[in-house]
Design a protein around this ligand. Structure first.
Ligand SMILES: *[C@@H]1O[C@H](CO)[C@@H](O)[C@H](O)[C@H]1NC(C)=O
Ligand SMILES: *[C@@H]1O[C@H](CO)[C@@H](O)[C@H](O)[C@H]1NC(C)=O
Ligand SMILES: *[C@@H]1O[C@H](CO)[C@@H](O)[C@H](O)[C@H]1NC(C)=O
Ligand SMILES: *[C@@H]1O[C@H](CO)[C@@H](O)[C@H](O)[C@H]1NC(C)=O
Ligand SMILES: *[C@@H]1O[C@H](CO)[C@@H](O)[C@H](O)[C@H]1NC(C)=O
Ligand SMILES: *[C@@H]1O[C@H](CO)[C@@H](O)[C@H](O)[C@H]1NC(C)=O
Ligand SMILES: *[C@@H]1O[C@H](CO)[C@@H](O)[C@H](O)[C@H]1NC(C)=O
Ligand SMILES: *[C@@H]1O[C@H](CO)[C@@H](O)[C@H](O)[C@H]1NC(C)=O
Ligand SMILES: *[C@@H]1O[C@H](CO)[C@@H](O)[C@H](O)[C@H]1NC(C)=O
Ligand SMILES: *[C@@H]1O[C@H](CO)[C@@H](O)[C@H](O)[C@H]1NC(C)=O
Ligand SMILES: *[C@@H]1O[C@H](CO)[C@@H](O)[C@H](O)[C@H]1NC(C)=O
Ligand SMILES: *[C@@H]1O[C@H](CO)[C@@H](O)[C@H](O)[C@H]1NC(C)=O
Length: 813
């Protein structure tokens, strides 16, 4: 998968803010001086509008000295407030709910005369109040640092204009990222009034105008060093004059806009540029040859555009280049060692999905030692290019979909055993036996190959994600897999694996996705499974025995597929303890994975967050009554109990399962009438009740008639459309009496009420900044994020189900 350096800076930013945050929160007091009365009043006015559900600023009470309040720093001689730092980044990025401030951000706080530093980032304010008399600030502002950046929110923060910036004439750092500024069409001029500005962050601000007002001859942003305008809506070309604004700029991020046209030649005037990203735009034309004259460039990111023509060999002159990412474009011609001749600093190379011919001599030894190489979908095969074996410090390697079928075994083994972050060789035709290897990548994807023999060992240091699906691995799960404490995701779908192996995996206490389907595993389902499991797929194996009741205590479980095994016994009432199927919380930052989802009588391959709520127990030997509690799992979308020996009736509670899309009870011994309440299943697209003992009349006036007779056949005592007309004798008992109807509705209301807890955990804007367009939708992607300062975060943030998240990011308004 592909990584861009932006994500790295993002990570750094995050870590920095966490560091700042921790510092802020721990080292305040010892202040001798007492707070200036005027400053205290201003702070208390600011506090009035704030909602503080987590008590972050509970120390801001009227009694205490304001210099010892949380987040406040005073000058230790004068007692005047100089810094306000109320940034609340998540300490652990997987935190579902951020602990932060809400309510109104009252910019009257800028009246603090001696304020130099104001950081309100990572909060969730609902509105910004720019006091009307703000312009009348008479003191010469000392403010140097202003960060009001916001996280993604369903109701986004808005500002009508930036006029309030004009008194802040000393500002050096300004971030308004995540605030909706689309109403401010003259944002450039507003910013120009701050001549001292060094760094400007306007990521995700819904800005849509890059053009200068024609009445203005030029803008002077001559001091700007860092400019981040990524993820806005600049749909025009990049005007030549725009890049003329500033000559000293070193960092320019314009990625994730809709910029058209060619790369403007004025770009080449920016002689101090060290970082530039134009990725995820709609740039056409070719990369200008003069790019080789940007002497200091370290990061060049042009991926995901429509650039064409030859890749200029002048790139080879950029001896400072550290990160080069140009994948997902429409280049032609060839790429050879001249393109890389002097790139001895190169660390990251991303050439995903390029149609160019790779002309490297067999014995080429590159001048660089990469740590990350992304060559997916770029026709490297049938051999792994030999120069890759010279890369001794590779930490991440993506060679997926590259047509590789043969390898130099010794070199190959040593290469992949070294890789410790991402190893992706998926969708090739490799046939090696890996049983003696020990892999240590945190993320290993060898799916869709023809690997044979036993499973490779996994380093005790552990992996987080392992996908070996669609191969020919055989034997049982090796002992080395026993203590994988940090394993989050495992997919062994469609291999030839066997044995009673689940006890190994039950020690993976962080496991969230367990997919062992389409193998020959046997034995019983173990009792001690990871409490974090969200997806369990044991489909098409030889498991036997009962479902242990403990399985139903997995409160995060949303996808349970035990179909096509030899399981027996009855379904316990505690099925109701699958609480995420009762009240489901959408967690947008978790991960997107591929599920082989069997629903509506077909199988689909879905790249989804694992939020398809599924219970599939079909083709086993389950018996006994279907517990009423099953029908209280109102979030379930696919329920398949077919081909078992279930008996008893269907509860009318089923009418409350209003998300239901696919219902299959066929080939059981169910009896009684079809509940009238099934009319409430408005999303039902597939229904199969055939081959049971249902009787009475199929409820009418509902979509239950839209299914054809095959949904109902094999029930000798069932009648009514689409089956045969009922004789009058059978019809009468089915006439719905008013009392019966009320009962039905009562039970439905109860179920609906249970389902009302659906909430949305909110992601932070950083995720949206990390979108990377990957077309390899059929592969399992798993994103997990932790606060660790390595590249895992970076790599994984970009392997996603792009459309969903892009939608969320762009539709914040
Ligand atoms: C915001 O600050 C102003 C003072 O400039 C004050 O009059 C107003 O009441 C404050 N707003 C809230 C909601 O507290
Ligand atoms: C005041 O702060 C400065 C640095 O901020 C420090 O050097 C000085 O020692 C402090 N003075 C007192 C009295 O704490
Ligand atoms: C602020 O200044 C404007 C003129 O710039 C004036 O009209 C207005 O009355 C002043 N408001 C306050 C509250 O001082
Ligand atoms: C731009 O502004 C800087 C200082 O703010 C000044 O030194 C420089 O002359 C200005 N340039 C132009 C072309 O106005
Ligand atoms: C860019 O600036 C240079 C000198 O500062 C000037 O000669 C040129 O005309 C400007 N170009 C545009 C397109 O504004
Ligand atoms: C590299 O730069 C030198 C001079 O700076 C130039 O002569 C040479 O043609 C350039 N090489 C490439 C491949 O552009
Ligand atoms: C890609 O380039 C080829 C010519 O090399 C052109 O025919 C084709 O239309 C281009 N595709 C896109 C999407 O621009
Ligand atoms: C697998 O690789 C082939 C080329 O080797 C490619 O055409 C196909 O799209 C890839 N499939 C996936 C799902 O990436
Ligand atoms: C991977 O190995 C390199 C040394 O080759 C090391 O610097 C780096 O920290 C390791 N990364 C992880 C995530 O273990
Ligand atoms: C794996 O091997 C089988 C036969 O040995 C072949 O039919 C299949 O196409 C191969 N799969 C891949 C992905 O090469
Ligand atoms: C269901 O969960 C509740 C509370 O979490 C627990 O007390 C109860 O024992 C569970 N039921 C079963 C059958 O495990
Ligand atoms: C079913 O009954 C309706 C009238 O209720 C009648 O029009 C129709 O012909 C009957 N169909 C059959 C197959 O008996």
């Amino acid at each position: 998968m592909t990584t861009l350096t932006t994500q790295m800076s993002l990570l750094l930013l995050l870590l920095l803010s966490i560091a700042t945050f921790l510092k802020t929160m721990s080292t305040i007091d010892h202040t001798m001086v007492s707070c200036n009365e005027k400053d205290r009043e201003i702070l208390l006015t600011f506090k009035k509008g704030i909602i503080d559900p987590h008590g972050l600023i509970s120390t801001w009470t009227t009694e205490n000295n304001c210099c010892s309040w949380k987040g406040i720093h005073c000058d230790n001689l004068t007692g005047r407030v100089t810094r306000v730092e109320l940034s609340s980044p998540p300490l652990n990025v997987e935190e579902e709910q951020l602990k932060n401030l809400k309510g109104e951000m009252n910019l009257s706080i800028l009246k603090l005369e001696f304020l130099t530093h104001l950081d309100l980032s990572w909060n969730e304010f609902d509105m910004i109040n720019v006091p009307s008399n703000h312009h009348n600030i008479t003191h010469v502002s000392k403010l140097l640092y202003l960060d009001l950046s916001s996280i993604i929110h369903h109701s986004s923060l808005q500002m009508d204009n930036l006029d309030w910036l004009s008194p802040l004439s000393s500002l050096k750092y300004l971030s308004l990222s995540g605030i909706d500024l689309h109403k401010e069409t003259n944002w450039l001029q507003a910013v120009e009034k701050i001549p001292s500005l060094l760094e400007l962050q306007l990521r995700s601000c819904n800005l849509n105008n890059l053009m200068l007002n024609p009445s203005i001859e030029y803008l002077n942003l001559s001091s700007l060093i860092t400019l981040d305008l990524s993820y806005n809506y600049f749909t025009s070309q990049l005007p030549n004059s725009f890049l003329n604004l500033t000559k000293d700029i070193t960092y320019l991020d314009l990625q994730g806009n809709y910029i058209q046209g060619e790369i403007p030649s004025s770009l080449l005037n920016l002689r101090n540029l060290r970082y530039i990203s134009l990725a995820y735009n709609q740039l056409r034309g070719s990369i200008p040859d003069e790019i080789g004259q940007l002497p200091r460039i370290q990061t060049l990111t042009l991926a995901v555009n429509m650039l064409s023509g030859f890749i200029p060999s002048t790139l080879g002159n950029l001896s400072s280049l550290y990160s080069l990412s140009i994948g997902f474009n429409n280049f032609s011609g060839e790429i050879s060692k001249t393109t890389f001749s002097k790139l001895n600093s190169l660390d990251l190379l991303e050439l995903t999905s390029l149609n160019v011919v790779f002309q490297f001599d067999f014995d080429w030894v590159p001048p660089f030692q990469l740590s990350q190489l992304y060559l997916s979908d770029s026709n490297q095969g049938p051999n792994i290019p030999s120069w890759i074996y010279t890369q001794k410090s590779l930490e991440s390697l993506d060679l997926s979909s590259s047509g590789i079928s043969s390898v130099d075994r010794n070199k190959f083994v040593s290469l992949i055993e070294r890789i410790n972050v991402t190893l992706d060789l998926s969708n090739n035709s490799m046939t090696q036996d890996l049983s003696d290897l020990t892999l240590k990548g945190l993320r290993i994807d060898l799916s869709h190959n023809n690997f044979t023999g036993g499973l490779p060992n996994i380093s005790p240091r552990g992996v987080k994600q392992v996908d070996l699906s669609y191969n020919s691995f055989s034997g049982s799960i090796p002992h080395s897999w026993k203590n994988l404490k940090i394993l989050h995701y495992i997919n062994l779908w469609s291999n030839k694996l066997s044995g009673e192996v689940l006890t190994h995996l039950s020690q993976s206490t962080q496991l969230r996705v367990l997919n062992l389907g389409e193998n020959k595993f046997s034995g019983t389902i173990p009792v001690n499974m990871s409490p974090d499991l969200e997806v369990i797929i044991l489909r098409a194996n030889q498991f036997e025995g009962n479902i242990p009741p403990e399985l139903f205590n997995l409160s995060y479980l949303t996808h349970l597929d035990l179909a096509h095994n030899k399981l027996s016994g009855s379904m316990p009432k505690c099925v109701y303890n699958l609480t995420h199927m009762v009240t489901y919380n959408v967690k947008i930052w978790q991960y997107g994975i591929v599920l082989e989802l069997f629903t509506k009588g077909h199988d689909y391959v879905y790249v989804v967050q694992p939020d398809r709520r599924t219970i599939d127990l079909s083709v086993n030997s389950f018996s006994g009554k279907v517990p009423v509690e099953l029908f209280e799992l109102v979030q379930v979308q696919t329920l398949n109990l077919s081909h078992n020996n279930f008996s008893g009736t269907i509860s009318k509670m089923i009418g409350g399962m209003e998300n239901m899309e696919s219902l299959d009870f066929s080939n059981n011994k169910l009896c009684g009438e079809i509940p009238q309440s099934m009319a409430f299943l408005h999303f039902l697209g597939y229904l199969n009740l055939s081959y049971n003992n249902f009787n009475g009349k199929i409820p009418i006036g509902t979509q239950l008639q839209s299914f054809n007779a095959s949904s109902y056949i094999g029930n000798p005592n069932l009648c009514g459309a689409p089956l045969n007309n009922c004789t009058t004798g059978e019809e009468n008992p089915k006439n719905v009496t008013p009392t019966q109807r009320n009962e039905d509705e009562d039970c439905i209301r109860k179920s609906l009420y249970l389902g009302m807890g659906v909430g949305f955990a909110v992601g932070f804007w950083g995720i949206c900044g990390s979108l990377f367009l990957l077309k390899k939708w059929r592969h399992a992607y798993y994103r997990f994020v932790d606060g660790v300062g390595d590249k895992i975060y970076v790599t994984l943030m970009v392997t996603l189900y792009v459309e969903d998240l892009a939608f969320l990011c762009k539709s914040r308004i």
